[in-house]
Design a protein around this ligand. Structure first.
Ligand SMILES: Cc1cc2nc3c(=O)[nH]c(=O)nc-3n(C[C@H](O)[C@H](O)[C@H](O)COP(=O)(O)OP(=O)(O)OC[C@H]3O[C@@H](n4cnc5c(N)ncnc54)[C@H](O)[C@@H]3O)c2cc1C
Length: 402
């Protein structure tokens, strides 16, 4: 099977930034993309909140991102990922063009938005129809807009849009909003917001851009038309993660978003999540690229540690390891003494900073630091808490278990 150090699923802003950082760190990097390189920004007309660019077309930014990534030589492959299985240190990615195994995996597959499915929705996408108020709200200064949906996202985004729009109609098919009471109360107190309850959107109409929205009463089926230059649809969004059904170990938040720590690492060792697909506060290009950079550097650290541990501990018949935390001054004093002793006595002792290689502690069954472990046949056969380099010497002087 094809083996790669870093595989990235998804070539949106998160995945392509991860490819830039991964390659610059020297990782053999493969990016898998089933659609357009550049991701969701391909479907937005203008972007004006990505720092230093002031204003650019979405497709131009996507192209530029791809070209920037290509400059560092990752392999960009057009293929869809069908499933992922994770076991031990190996991650197997099944695609419609064959299987790949990865030492580290970054999932950057973004989101999908629920659509109304009405006439005009596709035609006016990016020309008045939007799924993101933070992205597009500022283009509607002084305009009349329609927000579709009744949950927290719809009502909160409607309120956000009142910063720009002169009028915001919130269209919801039920007679009451689903959003939290406080959210609804605050929104309805805003004179620019007008709820239109018990209606669905029947058609979005206009010339080049959206001009009006045709609404249908769910009970009487009567229609009415309201003028609008923008239609913001918030009837649901979800992470693109159908291929993860075979990897139930990856912890997910409500609604399925991947939970990742501040290094973007998921609950599975060596599996990272970056961009819109993870549980986070703000889903934007700038946060996706930041996630991608962090995930790639954390993947680099993971792969480096894997190789080091493989050669220093697990790939050998017998080894000793001193486990410390590199941010504890007391531990660092022991490390200094151990380094001197290693040098003078030619002792073979691997010194592992658990702060950087967190999972090694659990792998060796060590609960407290600093500790020393004897490893034989790829597993810890003996461990002991220590408080000085003398304790390490004592531990290693005992008969080895092997
Ligand atoms: C209409 C619109 C306008 C927007 N405007 C702005 C804006 O002005 N400013 C801003 O900051 N943000 C904007 N956003 C949000 C921004 O696009 C996202 O936050 C950003 O693209 C997230 O990047 P990502 O890499 O996490 O995911 P995405 O960009 O969604 O990329 C994910 C990629 O993964 C691929 N993929 C998914 N599943 C698979 C699979 N199984 N196999 C292989 N590949 C797969 C997809 O094809 C996609 O290319 C907008 C979004 C939309 C939809």
């Amino acid at each position: 099977m094809e083996n790669r150090q870093l595989v990235i699923i998804g070539a949106g802003p998160a995945g392509l930034t991860a490819a830039i950082y991964g390659r610059r760190a020297g990782l053999d990097t493969l990016v898998l993309e089933r659609g357009l390189f550049g991701g969701a920004i391909n479907s937005t007309a203008d972007v004006e909140n990505y720092p230093a660019l002031k204003r650019t077309e979405g497709m131009a930014l996507a192209k530029s991102l791809r070209e920037h990534a290509e400059m560092f030589g990752p392999e960009l492959r057009e293929c869809g990922v069908e499933s992922v299985s994770i076991g031990g240190n190996g991650k197997i990615i099944r695609t419609d063009k064959g299987d790949v195994s990865a030492e580290a995996l970054i999932i950057a597959t973004g989101t999908s938005f629920s659509r109304i499915g009405c006439k005009g929705e596709d035609r006016f996408a990016g020309r008045g129809v939007s799924y993101c108020a933070v992205c597009d709200g500022a283009f509607y200064e002084g305009a009349s807009v329609v927000v579709v949906g009744g949950g927290n996202a719809a009502v909160e985004e409607a309120e956000y849009l009142t910063r720009f729009a002169s009028k915001v109609h919130i269209v919801h098919r039920r007679e009451e909003f689903r959003a939290d009471v406080l959210v609804v109360e605050r929104a309805l107190a805003n004179p620019k917001i007008e709820p239109v309850l018990g209606y669905t959107v029947d058609e979005i109409a206009g010339g080049d851009m959206v001009e009006q929205v045709v609404l249908k009463n769910v009970k009487t089926l009567e229609t009415k038309t309201i003028p609008a230059e923008g239609v913001f649809i918030f009837i649901g969004m979800k992470p693109e993660l159908g291929f993860l059904d075979g990897a139930p170990g990856i912890k997910r938040a409500q609604a399925g978003w991947i939970i990742a720590d501040d290094k973007m690492e998921t609950s599975e060792e060596g599996v990272f999540a970056a961009g819109d697909v993870r549980e986070k506060f703000l889903r934007q290009i700038v946060t996706a690229t930041a996630d991608g950079a962090i995930a790639a550097m954390a993947a680099y650290e993971y792969v480096s540690n894997l190789h080091y541990l493989e050669s220093a501990l697990f790939g050998r018949p017998h080894a000793y390891a001193l486990l410390i935390s590199g941010i504890d001054p007391g531990h660092l004093a022991i490390v200094q003494a151990a380094e001197e002793w290693k040098k003078s006595s030619q002792t073979d002792l691997a010194i592992i900073d658990v702060y950087r290689a967190g999972r090694i502690k659990a792998k060796l069954g060590v609960s407290e630091l600093p500790s020393v472990a004897e490893i034989s046949g790829g597993r810890a056969v003996r461990t002991s808490r220590i408080s000085s380099v003398g304790d390490v010497k004592g531990f290693m002087a005992e008969a080895p278990v092997r």
